[in-house]
Design a protein around this ligand. Structure first.
Ligand SMILES: NC(=O)c1ccc[n+]([C@@H]2O[C@H](COP(=O)([O-])OP(=O)(O)OC[C@H]3O[C@@H](n4cnc5c(N)ncnc54)[C@H](OP(=O)(O)O)[C@@H]3O)[C@@H](O)[C@H]2O)c1
Length: 233
């Protein structure tokens, strides 16, 4: 079994890659920073020395790099069973004050990267009539909040993409799941003061991904919405 997790050198993506490796999946991961990626590759490999860990430096903001990553995956793995479109950046701000160009940047990293990589890997998944695509959405995909800014626009868009994909892939026997966490304790929150009990551990997001994958083959969990018990911050 083979899985692809984008943006998996830290945080939620890394937790998912570690879980899937532990469960026996070969994993392909990517990130921009080569040093952090190399450390993540070693950590994931340590979870299960028997699996292959392909780690590529990729900037998911750049379509040509996304497509090259897709080609590398196809030449390394005979098929893709799980694709987790996780890479994303969180920049809080208000629409009327945020920097010019932020919407374009966040759309590229948070939405277009998922669109392009999915399209690159889908033809083989469709031919196999098998596979599961997870898109890392957010509680920001479901409701506006102060300081959501362009980030929230991109997460609404990613949920829209996920819902379209779900409908489109019904006849092809491929599952599509939107995973939408609230505050999760990762580097995304660096610089914010928040009590640890107001944040979820990234391992919980990995657990729900694993649960969704292990359902009966005729079952798909379409949307997963998770929040800390005390609610959003
Ligand atoms: N943490 C939360 O509270 C929370 C809540 C809801 C949704 N989410 C979503 O969950 C996903 C993961 O978030 P996280 O909190 O785990 O973030 P994180 O800890 O900051 O990790 C982000 C990962 O993505 C990589 N990445 C960022 N930009 C990239 C790019 N342009 N190309 C390739 N890789 C890139 C990072 O590595 P490099 O920096 O080296 O590229 C890192 O491996 C995001 O889509 C985020 O929006 C997070």
């Amino acid at each position: 079994m083979n899985a692809v997790i984008t943006g998996a050198s830290k945080g939620i993506g890394k937790a998912i890659a570690e879980k899937l490796a532990l469960e026996g999946f070969n994993v392909a991961i990517c990130a921009r920073n080569a040093d952090t990626l190399a450390t993540a590759k070693a950590d994931i490999q340590q979870k299960n020395p028997a699996v292959t860990v392909l780690a590529e430096v990729v900037d998911m903001e750049d379509k040509s790099q996304v497509l090259a990553f897709g080609e590398k995956i196809k030449s390394t793995f005979s098929r893709v069973d799980i694709l987790v479109n996780n890479a994303g950046i969180f920049v809080p701000g208000s629409l009327h004050e945020e920097a010019d160009g932020l919407l374009e940047k966040l759309m590229s990293v948070n939405v277009y990267s998922a669109y392009h990589l999915t399209r690159a890997l889908l033809p083989a998944m469709i031919a196999n009539r098998k596979g599961h695509i997870f898109n890392m959405c957010s509680t920001a995909s479901y409701g506006a909040y102060p300081n959501g800014g362009s980030y929230s626009i991109t997460k609404y868009a990613l949920l829209g993409f996920t819902k379209n994909l779900r409908k489109e892939l019904i006849p092809h026997n491929i599952r599509v799941t939107a995973v939408s966490p609230g505050p999760t304790l990762t580097a995304s929150w660096e610089g914010f003061e928040a009590a640890p009990d107001r944040m979820m551990p990234p391992e919980d997001i990995a657990s729900v991904v694993w649960s969704a994958w292990t359902m009966a083959k005729q079952t798909v969990i379409e949307e997963i919405l998770l929040r800390p018990i005390l609610g959003d911050i």
